[in-house]
Design a protein around this ligand. Structure first.
Ligand SMILES: *Cc1c(COP(=O)(O)O)cnc(C)c1O
Length: 495
């Protein structure tokens, strides 16, 4: 059955999946949402016999209904191949009474690879389907991981260029080095003097800038988005929840249809929203545990019904979650507002105008699937250390935020439902913070030889992504003020 996509900010005008992927954001700045969430048509017993790619097809076919079977299977085959260092793609590891779903086995060793290795292919197919002849310009803001994963996904993809903005002093040394060494004639990396929210707001402004769009069109360009607001990112992320469930079943850790909890380290609310969609599709999920770091806007929101970004921005050891505006939350707000675009738009206008909004009691009552909490920097480090001491398993700070919040949940509720903790980055991506947490001393967090010491401690091989950047030359040195992002884009495109 065909699924069309509506904007969260305007009624009517539904578009096909390929169009929603191509456009990223809707014209009035809304996000595309499926007009209804489809239901899984395979049982857990059937899913447990499938590979990652097969599960991916079963999930994605329900959303991308204007892709042919061949098109979708091709995209999946190009994405989930030996760019991943294990054929399982998303392996699981049991530790500390929970199951860690490792989503960091792709090219850039963080979970963004799960969606960004397929998005370029979904986008190229979408462009063909919609007879686009312009060159596609991918514009992205990154808190660290999206940037590299998008660059790597789009590098040398024909008919596309990619421009990535990152906060110059707001990403880890490894993240920055990964980006500025990116190869590919069509890749551009720009550091901005500002934080992630500045980068994201700047990108959103450019997407909404009609004058700029006109100038671009004249020169044969058009924007598209690789940010997590693109439905082409969200849909591939649903896959690994279904897959994780099927693996637990296969291992005998759960019974068919038994419920599980998932704990997700959250920033832009994309990953946990995918889990929520999985639940709506019929996957037996009990609680969605939303874990924040000290930028705990979401925790406060779940507690009070007030979303308020007016607060100090904290730089933490989990930089990919240092976010005060969780863009994907808008999709949830739209749903709990009864799919009322006007109501949602009002709240979002209040967010951009006053930096805050308050939801109604009715809406709050629909948030029962979620549990929110946060982990302080000290708790995060403590979690890394204690898991290592007990189990010899080393996790990164983002994952540790989720593990810590999961423990808080379990203590508070006594709920012992089998649980999946989503592990979003390899500890090698944040070696400095991880070594500090383990009580190891060092002088320079950017020192790449720290990886060797971590290897000796954890017994986990150094990923190729880290080996690579040790010797790769720096190819990108552009830096600009947060007000000059548009000017920089025009320079890059020569318009
Ligand atoms: C992006 C990212 C997150 C946050 O995911 P959202 O979808 O933005 O909530 C968490 N951990 C890591 C390592 C990330 O890269």
């Amino acid at each position: 059955m065909e699924i069309l996509y509506n904007s969260t900010r305007e009624k009517g005008k539904p578009v096909r999946a390929s169009e929603a992927i191509l456009r990223g954001l809707s014209q009035e700045g809304g996000l595309f949402v499926p007009e209804r969430i489809p239901v899984l048509d395979k049982s857990p017993e059937q899913l447990k016999e499938m590979t990652y790619s097969q599960v991916a097809y079963e999930v994605m076919k329900l959303y991308l209904t204007d892709f042919t079977e061949q098109e979708l299977r091709d995209c999946i085959a190009k994405a989930y191949d030996d760019k991943f260092d294990t054929p399982e793609i998303a392996p699981m590891r049991k530790a500390g009474g929970a199951h860690y779903l490792e989503l960091f086995h792709g090219a850039t060793i963080a979970f963004k690879d799960m969606a960004l290795s397929i998005l370029p292919h979904l986008l190229t197919v979408s462009a063909k389907k919609n007879h686009v002849t312009n060159e596609i310009v991918i514009l992205a803001a990154t808190s660290g991981d999206t940037g590299k994963a998008a660059l790597s996904g789009f590098a040398d993809v024909e008919g596309a260029r990619i421009i990535v903005f990152y906060p110059k002093n707001g990403v880890s040394p490894v993240q920055e080095r990964q980006m500025v060494t990116q190869k590919g004639q069509n890749t551009y990396v720009v550091g901005i003097h500002g934080n992630f929210d500045d980068a994201q707001s700047g990108v959103k402004r450019m997407f909404a800038d009609r004058e700029l769009a006109g100038e671009m069109r004249e020169k044969g360009f058009q924007f598209s988005s690789a940010n997590s607001i693109n439905i082409g990112r969200l849909v591939p992320q649903i896959v690994y929840y279904v897959y994780a469930y099927s693996r637990l079943l296969k291992k005998g850790s759960i019974q068919s249809w038994e419920k599980i909890n998932v704990a997700v380290p959250t920033g832009n609310f994309g990953n946990i929203l995918a889990a929520f969609y999985a639940k709506q599709m019929g996957l037996p999920i009990n609680k969605l545990i939303c874990a924040s770091n000290e930028n705990k806007v979401l925790y406060d929101f779940f507690r009070s019904g007030i979303y308020d970004r007016n607060r100090e921005f904290v730089l933490t050891s989990s930089p990919s979650m240092d976010i005060l505006i969780s863009s994907n939350l808008e999709r949830l707000i739209y749903l709990i507002a009864g799919e009322d675009a006007d109501k949602n738009r009002e709240l979002m206008e209040s967010l951009s105008g006053n930096g805050a909004y308050t939801i109604t009691e009715d809406m709050r009552a629909r948030l029962g699937d979620f549990y929110g909490n946060f982990a302080s920097e000290e708790e995060t480090a403590g979690t890394i250390r204690s898991l290592y001491e007990k189990e010899g398993y080393v996790i990164d700070p983002h994952t540790a935020v989720a593990a810590c919040v999961y423990e808080k949940y379990r203590e508070k509720t006594g709920d012992n439902t089998p649980s999946v903790i989503v592990s979003t980055a390899s500890p090698y991506k944040f070696t400095g913070s991880v070594m500090s947490a383990l009580g190891e001393e060092y002088e320079d967090p950017a020192d790449l030889s720290l990886a060797e010491r971590l290897c000796a401690l954890s017994g986990v091989e150094i990923p190729e992504a880290i080996e690579e950047i040790r010797t790769a030359p720096v190819l990108h040195t552009r830096v600009c003020g947060k007000e000059d992002m548009k000017k920089t884009v025009k320079e890059i495109l020569g318009i």
